[in-house]
Design a protein around this ligand. Structure first.
Ligand code: F6P
Length: 327
């Protein structure tokens, strides 16, 4: 029979995402409600190795639901990839008698969690937190909604100046492995084109679209480029296009880490609260090595193994729709 869980740890790892604090708050409060001791581990796996572990009470998570970033801090740990690093981390968990963990992060976080839980038989539940929305087993990840809203707000401003000067703009958004941010930002900002990571970029097609756009009385254009676009980033696409037609002068804007900051949207706060709550309930139920997710507005669980291996498909119907609406 498995021992009843009394002490759990929570940490955030990988790139920060708006809403992570709401998830931490939910984990701590659900834990306390269920009479568990909850420990916050700072700086993700790095802090586990360095013993940056502290018991959290209700006041520690007060007044954080609206804050961007992560109060627990985060990191991408190289040491945790080594057996020696994980051994140190486990010893530190033992010092605090921590029996189970909630890991908030993306694919790299889940990969570390899977290896660690198998090595030391420690139950871990994953919570999908990344602005990229590229995690299998959930329709949405924490931070995605805020990130696309932030991007769209910035692009609305660019639209004003692009309109005033009849200019072409290339706007690069985050997403090194997946184009969810690009596609949704493209649709929401009314972009002329979206160059995501999943679809092949046809430079010739873009050039003729742009050449033709004046005849259609479209005097300015916004083109969204995913960071991970296979044919190049925004600067390189802009250069290629200008090389094919020197009249197609443009400006380039890289939104970068701006998209990761800021107060979480209402959707992200609710999503993160649901995930944090579900993660603790799942640990208490005796389940382990799974990630929580939301599919069709219902909480679901996916084995780490599957969440890591499978990639979430981009919606082809949205890609087609984006093209049609941009005519
Ligand atoms: O967290 C995901 C992400 O923002 C990606 O979209 C981006 O490619 C990457 O992180 C950037 O990572 P870093 O913060 O290490 O520069």
């Amino acid at each position: 029979m498995t021992k009843k869980i009394k002490r759990i740890g929570v940490f955030t790892s990988g790139g920060d995402a708006p809403g992570m604090n709401a998830a931490v708050r939910a984990v701590v409060r659900t834990g306390i409600y269920n009479k568990l001791s909850v420990f916050g581990i700072s700086h993700g796996y790095e802090g586990m190795i360095a013993n940056e572990i502290k018991k959290l009470g209700k006041p520690d998570v007060a007044n954080i639901i609206h804050r961007g970033g992560t109060v627990l801090k985060t990191s991408r740990s190289e040491d945790f990839r080594t057996k020696a690093g994980r051994k140190k981390a486990y010893k530190n968990l033992q010092k605090h008698k921590i029996q189970a963990l909630v890991a908030i992060g993306g694919n790299g976080t889940y990969t570390g969690a899977k290896v660690f839980s198998e090595e030391y038989d420690i139950p871990i539940i994953g919570v999908p937190g990344t602005i990229d929305n590229d995690i299998y087993g959930t329709d949405f990840t924490i931070g995605f909604d805020t990130a696309i809203n932030t991007a769209i707000e910035a692009i609305d401003r660019i639209r004003d100046t692009a309109d005033s000067h009849n200019r072409l703009f290339f706007i690069e958004v985050m997403g090194r492995h997946a184009g969810f941010i690009a596609l949704n930002t493209g649709i929401g900002s009314g972009a002329a084109y979206t160059l995501s990571t999943e679809v092949k970029t046809d430079i010739k097609e873009i050039v003729s679209f742009l050449e033709d756009s004046k005849t259609r009385n479209k005097l300015f254009n916004l083109i969204i480029v995913a960071e991970g676009n296979k044919s190049g980033n925004a600067n390189s696409i802009a250069r290629k296009i200008k090389k094919m037609n020197p009249n197609l002068d443009s400006r380039v804007l890289i939104l970068g880490h701006l998209q990761r900051g800021g107060s979480p949207s209402a959707s992200d706060r609710v999503l993160a609260s649901r995930f944090g709550y579900a993660a603790v309930e799942t640990l208490i139920s005796g389940a382990k090595n799974k990630a929580v997710g939301l599919i069709n507005n219902q909480i679901v669980l996916t084995e780490f193994e599957q969440a890591i291996k499978e990639s979430k498909a981009i919606q082809d119907d949205l890609i087609n729709m984006a093209k049609i609406l941009a005519m």
